[in-house]
Design a protein around this ligand. Structure first.
Ligand code: PA5
Length: 429
């Protein structure tokens, strides 16, 4: 299970304030569970750990087909349609033959991807709930044409569509061109969709056990449903985040001490930023990789503006360790570390940063996942989703819409003179 340590926050959050906010967040948790809060029509993500189990056989079948073909899967999607899979694959299967496209508008980047894969077998997984998002739509046009040229007889078999099951452009295209497809449930927003087919097909293709991923999420969700107050790490983190925000800590840095989790932090940035930044309010989510960024942003964090709270992301058992060898000299002054393990050194760095930043006026707390495996990652995904939902409710906004993103999309359509563009609306996508 995910745990959350607030022991270093004493000087920043008086215990009576913490208790009062915790009680309020407990009420928000009941609204979430009863599905009676704002955006309740977009709470399908709470069902995914259970419901997505039904997808496992069909997802695994296609994933096996792609792997047996020796193919690279090119996932075309942006925002919530690719960040979760990217996070899981970077964390658990970094060398896997799964790459991402359609999350930018760079011609050189897309061309170099095609050049790199020119002589290798490929499949496409185009992922878009709306089916009309410009970046993945354009990349799909380019890559579909390229695929048709390469496989004039069998290109259809090499395209898998993940989209709304009943509506939208991509749904229509899949039907018209008889492409295999997976559904994105209409009541699940992009940034909450990692445990749907959106994440599961690329993750399974990378060789990650999606059954364990879903089981981990299910166990974590059960635990979060069965506990309250300080015993509930998601309620506690939502309490800390919202309370510190109201005290002027407007930026949250999620800092991982494990490079494997760097893309998890990118996924979290979108989850938190797109959910909470509304009505001219909301914590600005930023990500750091430690100890790397202690030699880059460490000075700012130690002595810059005091508007930052830090949430460290730690893995209790990170896996194989290395012992620092005795090299027979002490020219670098590091001989005293001979015999120490790197995991111990990393843990000491966590303790040192926590102490130094706390003394420097930065409220620090730590989220810990048990291991770097599929079950722990599933647990982490659902843990952060619940936390962000509760923080949004506590801040008084609807965490499940994204009117600002829609505004950009519509403005882009206007400037490109897209026929029939309409003004931004604020409904969930
Ligand atoms: O979280 C969201 O809803 C967004 O980030 C979307 O995932 C993103 O804009 C892509 O949208 P679509 O899947 O419709 O192409």
């Amino acid at each position: 299970m995910i745990t959350y340590d607030v022991s270093r926050l004493t000087g920043f959050l008086p215990s009576e304030d913490l208790a009062a906010t915790l009680a309020q967040v407990g009420r928000q948790a009941r609204n979430l569970q009863d599905r009676s809060g704002p955006g309740s029509e977009m709470l399908g993500w709470l069902d995914l750990p259970e419901k997505s189990q039904a997808l496992i056989p069909s997802v695994d079948l296609i994933a096996d087909e792609i792997r047996q073909d020796g193919a690279t899967l090119i996932c075309i999607g942006i925002g919530g349609s690719y960040l979760g899979a990217n996070a899981a694959i970077t964390a658990l299967a970094p060398g896997a033959k799964v790459v991402f496209a359609g999350h930018h508008l760079s011609a050189s980047h897309l061309q170099s991807l095609m050049d790199r894969l020119a002589d290798r077998p490929v499949y496409l997984n185009v992922i878009s709930k709306s089916g009309t998002t410009t970046e993945p739509g354009v990349a799909f046009r380019v890559l579909q044409k390229w695929l048709k040229n390469r496989y004039p007889e069998s290109w259809q078999r090499r395209i898998i569509v993940t989209t709304d099951p009943a509506h939208g452009a991509l749904h229509q295209l899949a039907e018209a061109e008889q492409l295999r497809s997976f559904p994105i449930p209409p009541d699940v927003g992009g940034r909450f969709s990692v445990l749907s087919a959106v994440g599961l097909l690329p993750i399974a293709t990378a060789g990650i056990d999606i059954s364990s991923l879903l089981q981990g999420a299910r166990d974590q969700l059960d635990a979060l449903t069965a506990t309250e107050g300080e015993d509930n790490p998601a309620q506690l983190l939502a309490t800390v985040r919202s309370n510190l925000y109201e005290r002027g800590y407007q930026i949250e840095v999620l800092a991982s001490f494990h490079p494997e989790l760097q893309q998890v932090a990118e996924w979290w940035k979108q989850l938190a930023g797109e959910s909470e930044g509304k009505d001219h309010r909301g914590i600005f989510p930023a990500a750091c990789a430690y100890t790397t960024d202690l030699h880059s942003l460490g000075q700012w964090l130690q002595e810059g503006e005091r508007t930052v709270m830090e949430t460290f992301l730690w893995i209790d058992d990170p896996g194989p360790d290395l012992i620092i060898p005795d090299t027979g000299h002490d020219i670098d002054g590091l001989a005293y570390l001979a015999g120490t393990s790197l995991a111990t050194l990393n843990h000491t760095a966590l303790a040192a940063v926590t102490a130094a930043h706390t003394q420097g006026g930065v409220p620090c707390s730590t989220v810990t996942m048990p291991r770097l495996d599929a079950a722990s990652l599933g647990a982490l995904f659902i843990f952060f989703e619940v936390t962000v939902a509760l923080t949004g409710y506590q801040l008084g906004i609807n965490p499940f819409n994204q009117p600002g993103v829609e505004a950009y999309k519509q403005e882009l359509f206007r400037r490109l003179a897209k026929p029939g563009y309409s003004p931004p609306d604020s409904s969930g996508s």
